[in-house]
Design a protein around this ligand. Structure first.
Ligand SMILES: Cc1cc2nc3c(=O)[nH]c(=O)nc-3n(C[C@H](O)[C@H](O)[C@H](O)COP(=O)(O)OP(=O)(O)OC[C@H]3O[C@@H](n4cnc5c(N)ncnc54)[C@H](O)[C@@H]3O)c2cc1C
Length: 411
């Protein structure tokens, strides 16, 4: 049975980044992943799963050496962000307002994961187990004991059974996504609910040159959004459209042919979209989940395993990357102070650093979602006045708007 300081279950964007940041501290790390990501070829069509990567996440990806590769492959920087409900309350956020060259990049999830895996494979203190799947996890009931003054027994280990092998670790990290097995096997409960909504992702060719902006218009049935994608198409450029609606309606739309869907998009999306050609589509249901705790008996959760958020503001993986950075800081500090870095007392500092911020972001998204879904004319007027104020009232414009923008960019 091989032993590691840390075993990370799930080699998605968050898990692979965490493996790298922990290896940077000199720890012996194992990374376990079910499905190897498909190799990149320049002629491949753009994937449907893309993320808006904030400036803070870009910095973290640079720190672990993956960003340079992502940029070389393909990524689309955007400088402006437009939001509105009624046309007259259109509000635009601009990178210039916070003295940045851009607000973020739209990147295919698989390319981020692949670039991270290149770095993982170059590290001598990371072993990968892929394709491998977690089957069971045994936590040590004697992980704390009187002999160690109520602190962790330094010999305590977590034992993992994978499909083909068994491993032990001082710390197991669950970065295995929204339906985390690590979370359920370590008896960490969660709260959550189903939004009764789905999102349809639609990759399109676009006729209008608008590759430097991402925009979102709110409707009581849910927002519609435009995310620019890199490259040039026959029609002009590429984009990812996101259409939020009640589950039944998204199921109906998903059953249409690309041609039929194109007509529906042109009917429902704002005119600023211009002409489009639908290339590919897929639907996703929206759920909210929050783990009741982020760590327990040498098992710790990161990213979607700890929290899944309404994707409306594109913050999901960005929050996961913030978890990764917080954990690296906490462990680095503990090692520096000569503490047992996998002690519950140490790991609780990670939870303290992240839990409230994640909760705040999740609740803000829910409040926005509920606020914009409300059909009352009074509420509608209030939210459009609020958006107008953000754009037109000088104090609100220069202070609140820019602070909100900097926060969304993670700076
Ligand atoms: C429609 C939609 C749009 C979104 N847009 C954005 C956006 O613009 N910006 C943003 O920041 N976020 C966005 N998100 C959220 C973002 O996609 C997630 O937050 C992110 O993918 C979470 O990354 P993760 O690594 O935590 O989990 P995942 O991406 O789910 O990765 C988990 C990994 O664990 C592996 N795994 C699972 N179980 C096991 C097991 N038992 N053994 C071994 N391996 C296992 C899986 O194969 C996978 O590779 C969006 C989400 C949705 C649904």
């Amino acid at each position: 049975m091989e032993h590691f300081d840390c075993v990370v279950i799930g080699g998605g964007m968050v898990g692979a980044t965490s493996a790298l940041t922990l290896a940077q501290l000199g720890l012996q790390v194992a990374l376990v992943e079910k499905h190897p990501p498909a190799e990149f070829r320049a002629e491949q069509p753009l994937d449907l799963r893309v993320s808006a990567i904030s400036l803070a996440s870009q910095n973290l990806l640079k720190q672990v050496g993956a960003w340079q590769q992502v940029e070389q492959w393909r990524a689309c920087p955007y400088k402006r962000l437009g939001v509105w409900e009624h046309d007259s309350a259109y509000t635009e956020f601009n990178a210039q307002d916070i003295e940045q060259a851009h607000l973020g990049h739209i990147v295919e999830n698989r390319l981020i994961q692949l670039a991270l895996w290149q770095q993982v494979n170059a590290m001598t203190n990371i072993r990968t187990f892929c394709p491998e799947s977690l089957l069971s996890l045994e936590q040590n009931d004697n992980s704390t004991c009187a002999a160690y003054d109520g602190a962790i027994n330094p010999n305590a280990k977590v034992t993992l059974t994978l499909t083909n092998t068994r491993l032990t670790a001082k710390l197991v990290i669950g970065a295995d996504g929204a339906k985390s097995k690590v979370r359920s096997m370590s008896a960490i409960g969660m709260t959550g609910w189903d939004y009764q909504q789905s999102a349809m992702l639609i990759n399109v060719e676009t006729s209008l040159p608008q590759q430097d902006i991402t925009w979102q218009q709110f409707f009581p049935t849910g927002p519609v959004a435009f995310l620019p994608l890199p490259g040039q198409s026959q029609l002009g450029g590429y984009a990812s459209l996101v259409w939020y609606h009640q589950r039944d309606e998204i199921t109906r739309l998903a059953a249409l042919s690309n041609n039929q869907l194109q007509h529906e998009v042109l009917k429902k999306f704002p005119n600023r979209l211009g002409n489009i050609k639908v290339l590919a589509k897929a639907k996703f249901s929206l759920t909210r989940r929050h783990a009741n705790r982020y760590q327990h008996k040498q098992v710790l959760l990161l990213g979607d395993a700890a929290h899944t958020i309404n994707p409306m503001a594109g913050q999901g993986v960005n929050l996961g990357f913030k978890d990764v950075l917080a954990l690296q800081h906490v462990i680095a500090e503990a090692i520096g102070n000569g503490e047992v870095w996998y002690n519950e007392k140490v790991l609780a500092r990670y939870e303290k650093a992240r839990r409230n911020e994640n909760l705040l972001m999740m609740s803000t998204m829910d409040a926005l979602y509920a606020g914009f879904s409300h059909r009352s004319p009074l509420v509608k007027a209030a939210r459009n006045i609020a958006l107008l104020a953000v754009n037109k009232v000088p104090f609100v414009n220069s202070t609140i708007k820019n602070k909100a923008l900097a926060y969304a960019c993670g700076i």
